[in-house]
Design a protein around this ligand. Sequence first.
Ligand SMILES: Nc1nc2c(ncn2[C@@H]2O[C@H](COP(=O)(O)OP(=O)(O)OP(=O)(O)O)[C@@H](O)[C@H]2O)c(=O)[nH]1
Length: 294
Amino acid sequence: MTKCGYVSVVGRPNAGKSSLLNWLVGEKIAMVSHKANATRKRSNIIVMHEDDQIVFVDTPGIHETEKLINKFMLDEALKAMGDCDLILFLAPVTDKLTHYEDFLVKNKKNVKHILLLTKVDNVTNEEVLEKMKEYQVHSDKYESIIPVSIKKGTTHGNILDDVVKHLPEHPYLFDPEIMTTEHMRDIFKEFIRESIFENISDEIPYETDVLINKVEEKPKIDVIKATIIVQKGTQKGMIIGKNAEAIKRIGKDARLKIEKLTGRKCFLELFVSIKKGWTKDKQGLRELGYDVTF
Ligand SMILES: Nc1nc2c(ncn2[C@@H]2O[C@H](COP(=O)(O)OP(=O)(O)OP(=O)(O)O)[C@@H](O)[C@H]2O)c(=O)[nH]1
């Protein structure tokens, strides 16, 4: 009998969740960003490990703030934690234990979890061992503790073998041929958002979102039209940039990512539109495709 189950990837913003998932999948599907809070919506990422199937649920970082968009993110993270068979808790090696201890309190259903110490390339081996010793006070709570470095490339096998050990015997939940249950449109949207984060400094990227207006598959090329939504005119100016240089860079970066994923040529046309206060407005969030239920 095959093993198959849901695994939530949880940790504070910037803990390295998307990087880890990308690395495990070996394809650029989950969104990676240098800034916190880039991952807003949950997405399933399916990894076949030998004959077993792992369904990773990417969750936003757990944190509390005032803005509605952030409340939604916390809600999603907690929902994912309660519903899964296993949690991978990511703790950057330089973090104090407090984030992990907060998580233990929030993990009300006591879902089994593996503790991953991330970014271990930032410190010496002695410091890694020292941190692992600190976590020993909680050794009755986690299944195992694994140091990870995406930069140095610790072997995937260890993590996936360990994950599968804790999954139930179950038939596949998804067709093994598909990498993700996310609609292609959602992936294109994430690529464009990621390119905004990479090209625009400041707080602006947090106040933008992207709508995919149209995807048309022509015989030799995919034509994608998308709108970047901002809150104010000044932000629109920043996104477009002097002589439209910024938006050209965003468009080019996003197009290359899309072409790499689909293996096809792509024509990406970007528009910018102003929609005041969308991060605080439930209807506005719904229109952007967020499933707001609270
Ligand atoms: N040195 C080092 N940096 C890493 C490693 N893994 C991730 N990073 C960096 O850490 C930053 C955050 O990584 P992400 O994968 O976007 O983090 P996240 O937890 O998904 O962040 P949110 O989406 O904001 O919740 C990026 O700049 C990564 O390049 C690692 O193993 N070593």
